[in-house]
Write a protein that binds this ligand. Structure first.
Ligand SMILES: CC(C)(COP(=O)(O)OP(=O)(O)OC[C@H]1O[C@@H](n2cnc3c(N)ncnc32)[C@H](O)[C@@H]1OP(=O)(O)O)[C@@H](O)C(=O)NCCC(=O)NCCS
Length: 168
């Protein structure tokens, strides 16, 4: 019987193209109708394989979900960027390709991020999500996040609201 091997690991530069592909389809899926179309396309175009290659090369904190040698999702994280909030760490992004959603992998990546941040002394963590991204809001609430801040964000000529969840 063939075993299915699923791991969460740090990516290497050979993974750039696959992470870019996950980023592309996950962002289209999550933000179509939420972020204005032109802005969304511009944001996706900026984050191609070369952008990811540079991020990996400079040692950005990244984890990927590796499903039998193909990448199904990624998370990026580091120090909290909002000095007025007391949380030490921040998860900048967590995205799964649509076919990997709803299977527990989001929780897996989230917990791996929390563990790595805690290993670096950051026990509390912040995550921002767009207020219209109901799936993300439901997920972060389910994982114990508490809304701690709301802030506007500009997309071209339009404004959207984002929400920060704190995890203690
Ligand atoms: C949001 C996302 C990361 C969640 O990952 P996922 O793999 O789909 O979620 P999981 O299957 O790991 O769910 C973990 C738990 O949260 C619950 N959950 C997931 N989505 C939920 C929702 N919208 N509302 C309530 N609970 C939810 C699950 O039922 C599960 O609960 P359990 O473990 O107690 O049974 C994933 O759906 C995704 O990539 N979405 C598109 C991109 C995105 O919006 N990213 C966040 C940007 S801020």
């Amino acid at each position: 019987m063939k075993e299915t091997v699923i791991t969460i690991r740090r990516p290497g530069r050979a993974d750039s193209a696959q992470i870019a592909a996950v980023h592309d389809c996950a962002w289209r899926d999550a933000y179509r109708g939420v972020i204005p179309g032109c802005e969304l396309e511009r944001m996706i175009a900026r984050r191609g394989p070369r952008w990811w290659d540079a991020a990996i090369a400079r040692g950005s904190r990244l984890l990927v979900l590796d499903f039998e040698d193909s990448i199904g999702g990624y998370a990026s994280y580091g120090r909290n960027r909002v000095p007025s909030l007391p949380h030490g760490g921040e998860m900048f992004e967590l995205y799964l390709a649509p076919q990997f959603q709803g299977l527990g992998f989001g929780r897996g990546l989230f917990e791996a991020v929390r563990t790595d941040l805690a290993d670096h002394g950051y026990r509390s963590m912040l995550v921002w999500a767009l207020a219209d991204n109901e799936r993300a809001l439901g997920f972060y609430e389910r994982l114990g996040g508490k809304p701690v801040r709301r802030a506007p964000e500009r997309f071209g000529s339009e404004m959207r609201e984002r929400v920060a969840f704190g995890f203690e």
